[in-house]
Design a protein around this ligand. Structure first.
Ligand SMILES: Nc1ncnc2c1ncn2[C@@H]1O[C@H](COP(=O)(O)OP(=O)(O)OP(=O)(O)O)[C@@H](O)[C@H]1O
Length: 431
């Protein structure tokens, strides 16, 4: 077994029990080497079934031959191959759009538990770090590419991150490999190519240990990030509250608790809290956070982020996922089974009790009235104000109607007309 094969095998040792290994195969030098290494490991050891996937972006005419090239390489090594064709959206940066489309396509075709292998190496990691430094990244960004992270229903792994490109070139020569030379890599228009082609060679001549030094920086940043996360977890535990009203399934923090922290610590907490909810704003865009804190006591300010918004109501701070914000064009909620209605974002409204099946569920349109036992007809708007239901929620409360008349408000058991007092209406949050 060659030195490189041993290194990769060590990196993959923890994953030999996975249901499959899937190589992201661009056909370039790095992934061609990884394909050869993996095929060799699979011949020598008990490894999961190996396959390779090439993503075709359709962005440059020369790339039209690449799926065939990749297929041939895989056939020679008896590795099952698949080409996936994607449409790249019209983003400001084609490079970024291609990367997004590629990761989405790769994630989409992973089997549960399968490991997706990417061929980024030590030099790529050094470039990534320097690029991020030049773009003003903080601790999170300066950790570089992670060696492993969840992707779709599987796991993404980069087993070559400790391997210098020189070693991959040597391996390719020794094994007489052929690979695709992407002509766009030679153009210095893109920052990464400029750095790779014009800057890194000079830096490496002056500081021969540059790549390992930068690797050490990334390790320091990972350690620092770990500590920041520990602090954020403590702060989150202190600040987390049950949403009010208490049937609400939204996540919420106590604003007084958050305010008591220093600004840097507030931002650390909010970043940590939102990590699995939305892309964090970059460091230049935290003015929205200050505006949210400084708005008057009665205001209900909202800070819009990519996949939802932070909203203040009273002394609470809510995370409002996007599907909560989009008022559907159709005010009716579709009934999916007897007494079960589909809510946006895959939640379900389950209505049980008398007449449950004959009700229509929908959102407020304005002007609704409810005939309350002992109180007579009341405007829904007033009733919701009385109960201090947050403004952001008022148009998103599922209402139940019988013969066109409002008879119950889901989640607020006291808002039922006489014949529907015993009606139960639960929200089952999206999974
Ligand atoms: N079109 C593609 N199809 C499948 N996987 C890809 C594709 N492009 C890149 N990858 C994967 O992502 C990794 C990093 O991409 P990057 O663009 O840095 O690589 P590359 O220079 O195009 O190709 P290589 O790393 O194979 O030389 C690649 O090593 C490969 O594993």
């Amino acid at each position: 077994m060659t030195n490189l094969q041993q290194k990769v095998y060590r990196e993959l040792q923890e994953h030999v029990g996975a249901p499959g290994w899937c190589l992201a195969f661009s056909g370039g030098l790095d992934s061609a080497v990884l394909l050869h290494v993996l095929a060799a490991l699979c011949r020598q050891y008990a490894c999961p079934p190996l396959r390779a996937v090439h993503v075709h972006h359709g962005l440059q005419a020369v790339a039209d031959d690449w799926p065939d090239h990749c297929r041939m390489q895989c056939e020679q090594l008896a590795v099952p191959f698949q080409a996936v064709f994607v449409q790249v959206g019209n983003a400001a940066s084609t490079e970024q759009a291609a990367r997004d489309a590629r990761y989405a396509a790769l994630a989409g075709q992973l089997e549960p538990g399968e490991v997706l292998l990417l061929a980024q190496h030590q030099d790529d990691q050094a470039e990534t770090l320097l690029l991020r430094l030049l773009r003003g990244s903080g601790v999170t960004g300066l950790q570089g590419m992670p060696g492993t992270r969840p992707l779709g229903c599987g796991l993404l792994l980069r087993p070559l991150l400790q391997v210098p490109r020189r070693q991959l070139e040597e391996y390719a020569r020794q094994h007489d490999l052929s690979w695709i030379d992407d002509p766009s890599n030679r153009s210095d228009i893109h920052d990464r190519n400029f750095l790779r082609n014009r800057v890194m060679p000079g830096l490496r001549r002056r500081w021969p240990g540059l790549d390992t030094v930068l690797q050490r920086t990334a390790a320091h940043m990972r350690e620092a990030q770990g500590l920041l996360d520990e602090l954020a977890a403590i702060d989150l535990q202190q600040a987390r509250r049950q949403a009010q009203p208490d049937w609400l399934t939204l996540e919420c923090l106590d604003l007084d608790c958050v305010r008591a922290l220093s600004t840097a610590r507030q931002i650390n907490l909010i970043r940590f809290w939102l990590r699995d909810k939305t892309l964090p704003p970059d460091s230049a865009h935290w003015a929205g956070w200050q505006a949210l804190l400084q708005a008057g006591a009665d205001a209900q300010p909202l800070w819009q982020l990519q996949d939802g918004a932070l909203v203040r109501h009273g002394r609470r701070l809510y995370w409002l996922p996007k599907h909560w914000q989009q008022v559907p064009a159709d005010p009716d909620l579709p009934q999916v089974a007897n007494g079960r209605y589909r809510l946006p974002g895959n939640g379900v409204l389950q209505v049980a009790g008398l007449h449950a099946g004959s009700l229509r569920a929908g959102y407020r349109q304005g002007g609704e009235q409810l005939d309350l036992p002992g109180r007579g007809r009341r405007d829904l708007k007033r009733l919701l104000q009385e109960r201090q239901v947050p403004v952001f929620l008022r148009n998103r409360l599922p209402l139940l109607f019988a013969d066109g008349q409002l008879v119950a408000v889901a989640g607020l058991p006291e808002l039922r007309s006489a014949a529907f007092v015993g009606l139960e209406a639960d929200w089952i949050p999206p999974r």
